[in-house]
Every structure is written in C-alpha cells, then in structure tokens.
Write a protein that binds this ligand. Structure first.
Ligand SMILES: [Zn+2]
Length: 134
C-alpha cells in the first residue's frame, strides 16, 4: 500500500476525536476496504496518557467482530500526538511490534493546526505513505 484513501468525514472525525481527548492521546480504528477508509471507530485511551495510548482488549475484540460481520477490513490504527510531531515514537514501535505491516495514522496539533500522517510499519521499519482525502 502506497496511498491511504480516507473519506473526508473520517478525516474530520479523527481531528475532532483528537481535540476532545486533549491533553491525552486519542486513539481509534480505521475501517474500510482495501486502502479506502470509510469508517472511524473511536476507541478510549484507557491509559489516559499524554505520551502513549492503550486500547481496552475487550473493546477491541468487539470492534474486530463488528468488522468481520460487516465484511470490511481492519485497515489501521489511528492515534494522536497532541504536542509532539506526528511520527511513531519509540514506545509506539515497541508496543505494536507484534502486528506485521501495521498501518499507523498519527495526527498532531503541535503547530495549532492539525497535521495528519500515515505510515506502514513492518519489523520496526517505518515508511511514510501518502494520505488522500476523498
Ligand atoms: Zn504515538
């Protein structure tokens, strides 16, 4: 995957979820088909942390069931960096290394205006991919 296509409403939901979780990191699941994200599922950052996020495992299982039932794809994981740059942190890489070919979308508000970046992570190698708002 070289381009992640994100529906405009999903993009706006990510930004507003990031803002409503401040000062903590926000997180969520990106759902759709192939490389097209048409649904954003808000997840609670149970860690209530400003520097990392953690999803509730039970809640995550429910989401995976839902995705399966809807015959959609689990495309990636969204989280925010309220004050740091939108790049995977060391902690992000360590905590998510069990997922191969993980698509990570990170938003940041460090400059006041939202920045959103997408990455493909495989064996701790981070590759930025293009985001296209559709
Ligand atoms: Zn992070």
């Amino acid at each position: 995957m070289d381009t992640l296509k994100v529906h405009k409403n999903v993009y706006e939901e990510m930004i507003s979820w990031m803002k409503s979780n401040i000062p903590f990191e926000a997180c969520g699941i990106l759902v759709g088909k192939g490389n097209i994200v048409d649904e954003f599922i808000k997840m609670e950052n149970v860690a209530k942390s400003e520097t990392f996020f953690e999803m509730d495992l039970k809640e995550l299982m429910k989401v995976l069931d839902y995705i399966d039932k809807e015959n959609k794809d689990f495309i990636g994981v969204f989280h925010s960096h309220p004050v740091s740059n939108p790049y995977p942190s060391k902690t992000d890489l360590e905590r998510n290394e069990i997922i191969d070919n993980l698509i990570f979308v990170i938003s940041s508000l460090r400059k006041g205006t939202p920045e959103v970046k997408a990455y493909k992570i495989s064996e701790k190698i981070v590759k930025e991919i293009e985001i296209l708002i559709i």
